[in-house]
Design a protein around this ligand. Sequence first.
Ligand SMILES: C[S@@+](CC[C@H](N)C(=O)[O-])C[C@H]1O[C@@H](n2cnc3c(N)ncnc32)[C@H](O)[C@@H]1O
Length: 267
Amino acid sequence: MEIKEVVKEKYGQAALRVTAGGSTCCGAATSCGERDPITSDLYEAGQTSELPAEALLASLGCGNPTALAQLEPGQIVLDLGSGGGIDVLLSAKRVGPSGKAYGLDMTDEMLALARENQRKAGIENAEFLKGEIENVPLPDASVDVVISNCVINLSANKDRVLAEAFRVLKPGGRFAVSDVVVRAEIPAEVRRSVELWVGCLAGALLESEYREKLERAGFSSVTIEPTRIYNVQDAREFLAAEGIDVDRIAPVVDGKFMSAFLRAVKY
Ligand SMILES: C[S@@+](CC[C@H](N)C(=O)[O-])C[C@H]1O[C@@H](n2cnc3c(N)ncnc32)[C@H](O)[C@@H]1O
């Protein structure tokens, strides 16, 4: 419960900053804005040119699931933790008027921002639902593709999130998610420092844990594709300001955190 309240507060404030004309980011204040190595340059200009500027400014993802997921006209898409709505609006365009894109988020300010972005974009086949990704307010077997962008790592109950994704997917439906993943075990204390820097990260899973959890939830054909691999230079300024000896931890951090695209199928 407490994690959820902290997450809500943090993303509520992020949404309000965008509404007030600012930008926002996943990382610490020092790495905010265009230089954020995690959230910046995820979308190509051609992909987002028809969306309101606020949708892009509010982007807090760590990947571009709509570019990597195969979306077909007529499909139903669900975005877990839809934030300012960028991936929902892009998905709605891809599935066309015969399809629909749902966004699910628990933070009122993010929902308000997303609905305003939808209105400005003039997109009708999208709907933003209030709720938790651990209890998806949609029926069983009602969705073709579940997407998500840097949200599942925030959940304290990832098994439940993956079980819900599996439940709402139709047979043959696909899980196509961007998330931050840890590639190998690193000492807990170092991990905490890096997670502080990443900011949007409450508990990234090890690659092997993610795979196991997806399979336990019932998914098959799991693949995990690195999209960005981080090194300690990305976080040097922040870690040094926290009093951490960056050169000492570099060998155990470099290359261990990555943004990845996770694919799986419900057969
Ligand atoms: C890092 S932001 C990512 C937003 C969006 N996917 C994007 O790419 O810009 C995380 C979002 O997930 C939402 N969120 C986090 N945990 C959630 C949960 N357990 N249930 C529903 N929404 C959640 C937050 O309110 C926030 O809008």
